[in-house]
Design a protein around this ligand. Sequence first.
Ligand SMILES: [Ca+2]
Ligand SMILES: [Ca+2]
Length: 345
Amino acid sequence: MALRWIEGFENIGPTNITSGALQDALAAKWDTTFLWPLCELTTGRNGYGTSFQFSPRLDRYLEQIFDSQDTWIVGFGCRGAVVFPADQYILDLKGADNPQVRLKRIASGELQAWTGGTLVGTTVGAGLAESQWSYIQVKTYIHDTAGTIEIRVDDAVVLTLSGIDTDTYGVGTVSKIRFWADSDARLDDIYICDSTGASHNDFLGQCRVVGLQLDGDGMLSQWEASGAASHYTYLNETPIDGDAGYIQAQVSGDADMFSTTLVNPSFDVLGLQFNAATRTLSAQRWDLHYRIDSNGTIENLSSGHTYSAFRDYHTNFGISVVDPDTGVAWTPAGINNATFGVKAV
Ligand SMILES: [Ca+2]
Ligand SMILES: [Ca+2]
C-alpha cells in the first residue's frame, strides 16, 4: 500500500470560510501552510463539494511532509485563475527543503517541468485554461542520471522525460510536497502515492475525493464526551471547534465507534483516509488507532503518529485501501456497512 494522502477539502468548513478561520482549520490538518489572507473555500471541482481557492494576489501554499522516497505520484484537480497571471510554480517536490522537481504553469496553458532552477521540458497539449478545471498527474523518479518525469493532464500523457538528473540537490529523494499559487487558482481532489507496495504505486487516474461525516454513535462509546449528548455530535462540526466539544480517552484500549454518511453505490473506491483532530492533555506519550469494524471483522489501523507532551489540535490521519472483512479493495457497500472510530493505544 502506498497511497499516502488524500485531500478533497471536504468537511473543512463552509464555502464562505476565509482567512484566519480557514488558516486555522487547514493548519490543523496539513503540516505546513501559508494561507492568510484572502484564501477561501469555494465550490468543488466539477461542481461537487468544496475546493480550496488561493489568494488572488499573493504566493500561498499547502505542504505535506512525508518520509523520504525516490518516487512519487501526485494527482490533483487544478482550476486556472480567472485571469492567468504571470508564469507561476504550482507544485514543488522537495528533498529536504529544496525543490528537486517543480511544475510551472505558463501563460500558453502548458506546464513546464523544472529541476531546481533548470527547465527540462514543456508539455504539449496540456490545454490549461482560465476558469477551467483540469486534472494534473505527475510521476517522478529522483536519480542523478536516470531520473524521470511524466505529466498527464485529464489522463492524456503530455510530457515524458527520462535519463535526466532529477536529483538536483543530491539528496536522492523527495519528502515534502507543496501545492501553491499566486493567483485565485483552485485546488481539489488530491492524491499522493509513493511506489512501494503491491498497489497504489502508479498513476491512479482522475479521482474525486468525497467527504464522509459521522452521523451516529456505534457499538462502543468508551471515551468520555464533553457533554451529555450523543458522542458523534461533539465531532461532526466544521470547522473543528477545539475544546468546545470533544471526546477524550484516559484508558488504553478504550474505543469509540461511529456510523457515517454513505458513499454513492456507483463509485469505484480507491482508498479511505481517516482524519481526526487530536491533542494531548498531559506529557504522557499517547497513540491513537483508527478502529474499523467491517461486518464484525476488526482492524486497528495505525495512525502513524505517537504523540507526546501537550500540543495543539492536529489531524492524526490513517489510510486504508483494503476492507478487512473481504481482504480486497473497499466497495461502497463495504464502507456503508462498516463502522469506524478511534481507539486509545
Ligand atoms: Ca472537494
Ligand atoms: Ca468538536
